[in-house]
Design a protein around this ligand. Structure first.
Ligand code: PAF
Length: 272
């Protein structure tokens, strides 16, 4: 495995690759969720590139950019274990100039995460476009946990005619159901226990739907009751285009929850 820091190193490597490339962009602090993306990339491609870059443009003022977990050495070991070929770990100054041409997420994305974190997706798209241009992958792997992010990246690839296949990957959970997230390390013991109510409420919603409850309002109400002790920011039931829906549409529904545990904002969802 080779660790690449500069554009020149990455570009030289890229020119030498002729086979298929699986790319996994990350912000580091790798956990089993990332590992499953990397393993899938490893199975499906000749060469695997992982990027580790805590992207400042996707954090809003006052968010956790400064305290976002950084675990470069552990991350490199994980990549080595997963038989990654190249890890790209650039400095901020390598990725950005002072004033840049920008990418703007469409207005319709200013709901849910886009509403709470206005500008966040512009920063995500900007860095992902840069990383796509640098790595020129065949396949790029993204978790369904960041459902809106995944959908916007798919739209960017379509709108900018990028010859890249986006591979959506299932959410990976702890054995008790908590969705894996680099931010889980912020949770104290009590918050870690309380956080389980998020996935419980989603499983409960799925079981209600299994019992023919298709009213989104009724399902949201019952989910909120399950999470009554939590500071829930939103529960939303949307179609795959992120339009709020009134009635569950099997095969075209995502149920999303965001809750705050102390300072930590956790999101989770299920696709039905
Ligand atoms: O999902 C993430 O970790 C980040 O948003 C991404 C896609 C690596 C861009 O910084």
């Amino acid at each position: 495995m080779q660790v690449l820091k500069t554009l020149e190193e990455l570009q030289e490597v890229r020119r030498s690759i002729t086979g298929t490339i699986g790319f996994v962009p990350t912000m580091g602090a790798l956990h089993n969720g990332h590992i499953s993306l990397i393993k899938q990339a490893r199975n499906e491609n000749d060469i695997v590139i992982v990027s580790i870059f805590v992207n400042p443009t996707q954090f809003l003022p006052g968010e956790d950019l400064d305290k976002y977990p950084r675990k470069d050495e552990a991350d490199k070991k994980i990549c080595q274990m997963c038989k990654v070929d190249y890890v790209f770990m650039p400095e901020i100054s390598t990725m950005y100039e002072n004033e840049e041409v920008l990418v703007k997420a469409p207005n319709k994305s200013y709901v849910l995460e886009g509403k709470t974190r206005p500008g966040h997706f512009d920063g995500v798209l900007q860095v992902v476009l840069k990383l796509f241009n640098l790595t020129q992958p065949t396949n790029a792997y993204f978790g369904k946990k960041d459902a809106q992010q995944l959908s916007l990246i798919q739209q960017m690839v379509k709108n900018f005619f990028l010859p890249i296949n986006i591979v959506p990957c299932d959410i990976v959970r702890e054995s008790d159901g908590l969705a894996m997230s680099s931010r889980n390390v912020y949770l104290d013991n009590q918050q870690r226990k309380d956080a389980l109510l998020i996935s419980k409420s989603l499983y409960f919603a799925a079981s209600l739907i299994g019992k023919q409850e298709f009213s989104c309002e009724a399902i949201k109400q019952k989910m909120l009751e399950t999470m009554s002790i939590l500071d829930v920011e939103y529960v939303a039931i949307v179609d795959r285009e992120f339009n709020e829906i009134q009635t569950i549409q099997k095969g075209n529904t995502i149920i999303l929850v965001v809750a705050r545990l102390g300072q930590t904002r956790l999101l989770d969802n299920i696709w039905l």
